[in-house]
Design a protein. Structure first.
Length: 127
């Protein structure tokens, strides 16, 4: 099976030794996206809502670069620095995907890269 790294300038460059996503056959595995603005390389803002909105923009850009669509997302994992932000992030997530409801996990973590408040990754069936 061939693995193909996916990259778009419409999402932030990797801040470590990883790809924005890897396509393996008909499956796409995205790396975690935080609220970095790809144009500035800086966090969208300090608040979780602004960061979550940027996260879904970044994920959308990566998925579309691979030829995928949001309704092909199979699984999403959300990492929150503070579980008190769950309701806000859940609303932004619901607005992002509309009627599409993939499998999802949400976990609280002690810290995220670059002091982010939220991170998300996903698995997409693009075939």
């Amino acid at each position: 099976m061939t693995l193909q790294a996916i990259h778009t300038d419409h999402a932030p460059k990797a801040v470590g030794a990883y790809s924005q996503a890897i396509q393996c056959g008909d499956m796409l595995y995205t790396s975690g996206q935080i609220g970095l603005n790809p144009e500035t390389g800086k966090m969208a803002a300090d608040d979780v809502a602004s960061q979550a909105k940027q996260v879904v923009k970044n994920l959308t850009a990566v998925i579309e670069q691979a030829g995928g669509r949001l309704n092909q997302i199979v699984k999403v994992t959300i990492f929150l620095e503070d579980m008190n932000d769950f309701a806000m992030v859940n609303q932004i997530y619901a607005d992002w995907l509309g009627e599409h409801k993939p499998a999802r996990s949400t976990v609280a973590v002690a810290a995220l890269p670059l002091a982010a408040k939220v991170e998300m990754d996903c698995v997409v069936a693009i075939g």
